[in-house]
Ligand binder design. Sequence first.
Ligand code: GAP
Length: 512
Amino acid sequence: MTQEELFKKLIAHSKEYGYIFPSSEIYDGLSAVYDYGQYGTELKNNIKRYWWDAMVKLHENIVGIDSAIFMHPRIWEASGHVGAFNDPLIDNKDSKKRYRADVLLEDYIAKLEEKVEKEVEKGKKKFGDAFDEEQFRATNPNVLRNQKKAEEVRNRMVEALSANDLPGIKQLIIDCEIACPISGTKNWTDVRQFNLMFSTQMGSVSEDANTIYLRPETAQGIFVNFLNVQKTGRMKIPFGIAQIGKAFRNEIVARQFIFRMREFEQMETQFFVRPGEEMKWYEQWKEERMRWHRMLGFGDNMYRFHNHDKLAHYANAAADIEFNFPFGFKEVEGIHSRADFDLGNHQKFSGKKIQYFDPETHESYVPYVVETSIGVDRMVLLVLSAAYTEEKLENGEERVVMRIPPILAPVKLAVLPLVKKDGLPEKAREIMNELKFEFNCQYDEKDSIGKRYRRQDAIGTPFCITIDHQSLEDNTVTIRHRDNMRQERVAIKDLRGIMDDKVSMKKALQAI
Ligand code: GAP
């Protein structure tokens, strides 16, 4: 099965099993907008809880807020979003398809880099143990040619994007002979800038109405509350403010399911530090955030850092944490050193002094900021794509199992009476009524036990508790483990403790 086929199956599975539905589906959907179903919502909530606890609960010097989506329009001038939150777009005149010009170039560079890696793989196979990778990369003519080309294109792209040289970007697309994937032609329009913010009107009478924006990031709600939180919380630098909330972007190319949406959710922390100390904190946060990801157990090799060539308008250093999605390594989280760009500009635009008096240095200054910003929906996609597994069993049957880490699984345990009679349902209900206060449980008595196990595998329930006739005699049940299908018999009185040990976030949080 190709990665593309796998991805299609995952999208279908997410819909069939109540994770994610296309928005407004009975009206044929709304492009790049999705709704979360019953299991998707639980998964999303668990991801948010894992993040919130890791940030707010575990750091004495980080607090959380919830700011409004609507904000004063001047905020978006101060933040640079009115002037600079643009994507360069280009249309193919034959297919009438619209693309982000920088994405076309990045895909082209990625293909060249793929060719390099394929050549290295070929070398490895050919020379076996005698293979000297360093020397091969330094001397093989195909590797050198593709590497040089990728570097040249990247340098020209970064230069043109930084200088806002739109004709230069178009020329580069022409020089690289990039064709539209739909029409196959190179018949391109000029490159234009496109602002990604959604706007609407606030006010009842059209003359009074002000254009306001749906926030494109949650970060600004934190910056404009810097003084409120610092003063009321008596916060001392270094300290952070965290927030989870919706953000909106009119993405030109909305694609890859919930990877790039027009309405999405972010989890952001702005960490305020002394000017000059930002790079130390930037490195520290990069490492800590990577540990948070790796604790989920999908494999360290599934993640990598990607340092930005072209920095966003607010950043002086930036790196992405990338995950190996079914469509390749892509950004799931950004760590940005934003210096005093935001607080400094809000001070200028609002005319209010936004400074911190440092009791240790006896100086007042505009604090610098290191930001960590992760998309909740991208994290959901990460978990779903890493978890989706098709398996052939020893008896020849097949099963689809979602290997979602137990701490994030929507349903922690299913309570299943072996048969629908002989007092087993009553016993099962008794157990369920005991456990449901602490764990998200599901009761199911319909169909054979095998079918019920498959249903739970498909939604990713890590444990099934089966109540059989022996349970009535000795107060024991079996726990069936999702991943290896192993069954163990345990006393009912021990269930709570066993489950707590397996699904509690405590261990993961302790290890970050
Ligand atoms: N405050 C900084 C900021 O917003 P960003 O790199 O533009 O930085 C941060 O976005 C994260 O938000 C990304 O790493 C990604 O996970 C998520 N994100 C951004 N745009 C998205 C979109 N259109 N759909 C889903 N998630 C998105």
